[in-house]
Write a protein of this length. Structure first.
Length: 94
């Protein structure tokens, strides 16, 4: 794993931890709801373990957020598409 990837995992972990705390959940509660270990959740939040897509979707469901909130730090709320001007070089998006 290269250093850039480690940094990105750390940012993902911080966002997951922030969302978890905002939901008023403990790591134990998240682990129980996801059917995984407390150790795994702790490692994810500390940037020591990665998440596959299924785990990210599970986290999104437990934390009541879109996975883009976790991956990119974008809080889209209920809006399914990025805000105008989100795409670089004037791209239209999808």
């Amino acid at each position: 794993m290269n250093n850039k990837h480690k940094i990105e995992l750390k940012h993902l972990g911080v966002r997951i931890q922030q969302k978890r705390k905002a939901c008023g959940l403990t790591q134990e509660e998240v682990a129980y709801r996801m059917g995984c270990s407390l150790t795994y959740i702790s490692k994810v939040e500390n940037g020591k373990a990665s998440c596959n897509l299924d785990r990210l979707l599970d986290l999104g469901n437990v934390l009541q957020c879109d996975i883009s909130d976790l991956l990119l730090g974008i809080n889209r709320g209920s809006h399914p598409y990025p805000a105008p001007g989100f795409w670089p070089m004037g791209g239209g998006g999808w």
